[in-house]
Design a protein. Structure first.
Length: 158
């Protein structure tokens, strides 16, 4: 796992730093990539990351890389976002597992939309309460980490 993270995350970040992209822009790209990558509406995260990259002039490769890497986290947080949305709106609990929802979407996309659109809408509203705060918190945590990576890289003659 450590080699995987080195190859897929740390090295690309170091390459961005050597291309002159600021640690702050990289941190913001990663923060958006993580938080938009867990947006609980299937099939939307790539487009949302693309839009954020354009709006905030972020590194598209970094934001999409992180979006891809957090897919397991998206899946793990799908039900919690659905449950939070149900609580916010006083809706009865959906009696499907995350696996069942994904299987339904793969089997019949139109039927899954008709069955799950209101659930997805409530989950999206729940994410809206968490997402912006998450972007800010991740940015504040990641910025000094990436600055440290830049200093270590500069100290190594990279």
């Amino acid at each position: 796992m450590n080699e995987f993270l080195q190859k897929r995350l740390v090295r690309p970040i170091l390459q961005l730093l050597t291309q002159g992209i600021t640690p702050e822009k990289i941190a913001l790209s990663l923060a958006f990539g993580i938080m938009l990558g867990i947006f609980p509406v299937a099939g939307t995260t790539t487009l949302l990351c693309f839009i954020a990259a354009l709006l905030f002039r972020l590194n598209l490769a970094a934001i999409q890389l992180v979006n891809f890497l957090v897919y397991p986290l998206w899946f793990a947080l799908l039900i919690p976002f659905i449950r939070l949305g149900e609580r916010l709106f006083g809706a009865p609990p959906l009696l499907m597992t995350g696996s069942q929802m994904v299987a339904l979407a793969h089997a019949d996309l139109l039927q899954s939309i008709s069955v799950l659109w209101l659930t997805a809408l409530r989950a999206a509203v729940a994410w809206l309460l968490v997402g912006p705060v998450g972007v800010v918190a991740l940015y504040l945590v990641l910025t000094p980490v990436i600055r440290g990576m830049a200093r270590r890289g500069a100290g190594n003659g990279s």
